[in-house]
Design a protein around this ligand. Structure first.
Ligand code: ADP
Ligand code: MG
Length: 389
């Protein structure tokens, strides 16, 4: 019996990382040629399960493979001290002897006689910007990638992250080869951008993670199955694609259930895919969609509730009516929900859910009742409508 190659779960790197080809290519160029350009600071936003952490992991691996120093932490209390007191000394310990000797001479850290243990010199006021500059100097400015995941807008976390970002901005202003990537839920990242003194972050490149295209989804499902050593029937493939709707977490979940249905068989069949559907959808509702819904404010939820009676797209006018608010007011909420990836435009005056199965979930939360079709180019998903439940 072979183990499933699918990796459903938060922060579990997929075996096959689909989509985002351009971003990955661009970063490869950054790491290889130091052609940093507009990628100096990047903000990755998206709903839970959209693949933000996996992207950080992918970038971290890529950078390390090109000899960059990678500093990766979750935001939150103690960020600065976690980085300065444990992450950086740990990284310093991995440098070769020559580099460590050079670091010693810079006077920030002391190493033991055989250079295998680092201690910060007490007479120096520790500043992250100095640490980064020292690492850059000792490594001939070979590049430092700073990855910060789970950006949160809780006050204490935000204060700490602001101080951290300010240090980074000083290091960047020195002209060092530093690239910074922050990841989090859109609403939380927006709070960070609103902080004073963080102008450099407001100039960041913004990457918004939504669904994978139908083609990228196909590649992930097929290549993951084949890497696991089994075949994938064509009709099973279609079925898994339509069930997942390209939502990364769900792609891994439905693939995993299909794999486990009959793991000793030669390949995954349509029957396996069918048996996986209900399980994967209810699991994604429980682990992802419910949390994504809870991330919203009361008013945002009211907007989604006002959309949920419709079987297809919702008319903005009807939403405003159902909410009992003016069209202008409803528009503000529409825009916020579009920006954060919950909702998408579906032609003039119409919106639709952009997270699969969110409608069904919202219906279970409330109980309410119908409108019409068509949406613009949406990554090829018109050919793969979600299955009726
Ligand atoms: N580009 C991708 N291709 C295939 N699977 C992915 C991709 N990105 C994420 N996944 C899968 O989706 C799930 C959630 O990924 P994660 O990176 O933790 O999302 P987030 O950090 O946005 O909540 C994991 O099971 C992961 O393996
Ligand atoms: Mg994550």
């Amino acid at each position: 019996m072979s183990n499933s190659p699918f990796r459903p779960g938060y922060s579990r790197m997929p075996l096959v990382f689909g989509g985002h080809e351009r971003t990955v290519r661009e970063f490869e160029n950054v790491f290889q040629n130091f052609d940093i350009g507009e990628n100096q600071s990047v903000l990755v936003s998206g709903l839970r399960g959209a693949g933000k952490t996996s992207m950080l992991g992918t970038l971290g691996d890529l950078a390390a493979a090109h000899g960059w120093t990678v500093i990766r932490e979750d935001a939150g209390t103690g960020l600065l001290s976690r980085v300065m007191d444990s992450r950086i000394p740990q990284i310093l310990g991995t440098f070769d002897r020559d580099t460590r000797m050079r670091l010693t001479r810079l006077g920030i850290w002391e190493f033991t006689a055989d250079f295998d243990y680092v201690e910060r010199k007490r007479e120096v006021t520790p500043l992250l910007r100095d640490d980064l500059a020292a690492i850059a100097q000792a490594t001939d400015d070979r590049g430092i990638l700073v990855l910060v995941d789970e950006v949160s807008s809780r006050k204490s976390a935000l204060d700490e992250l602001s101080r951290f970002a300010l240090e980074l901005s000083h290091a960047i202003a020195e002209g060092l080869n530093i690239v910074v990537v922050f990841a989090g839920v859109k609403i939380e990242l927006d709070e960070l951008l609103a902080q004073p003194h963080l102008t450099f972050l407001r100039r960041s490149r913004q990457l918004i993670f939504r669904r994978l295209s139908a083609e990228a989804t196909r590649r992930v499902i097929r290549e993951t199955t084949e890497a696991g050593g089994r075949k994938l029937a064509l009709d099973a493939e279609e079925h898994l694609i339509t069930t997942s709707q390209g939502y990364p977490y769900l792609v891994q979940l439905v693939g995993d259930y299909a794999w486990r249905n009959n793991p000793d068989a030669d390949g995954i069949t349509l029957e396996d895919a069918e048996s996986a559907r209900e399980k994967a959808i209810s699991e994604v509702e429980e682990r992802v969609i419910s949390r994504v819904y809870r991330d919203l404010s009361e008013k945002d939820r009211e907007f989604l509730q006002a959309m949920s009676p419709d079987d297809g797209v919702s008319k903005m006018g009807s939403i405003a009516d159902r909410m009992g608010v003016s069209p202008q007011y409803a528009n503000i909420y529409k825009q916020r929900l579009i920006d954060s990836g919950y909702v998408q435009m579906a032609g003039r005056g119409f919106v639709d859910f952009s997270l699969p199965y969110l409608r069904e979930y919202v219906r279970t939360v409330v109980s309410t009742t119908s409108a019409s079709p068509r949406e613009p180019d949406n990554g090829g998903w018109d050919e793969f409508p979600p299955p009726k439940r």
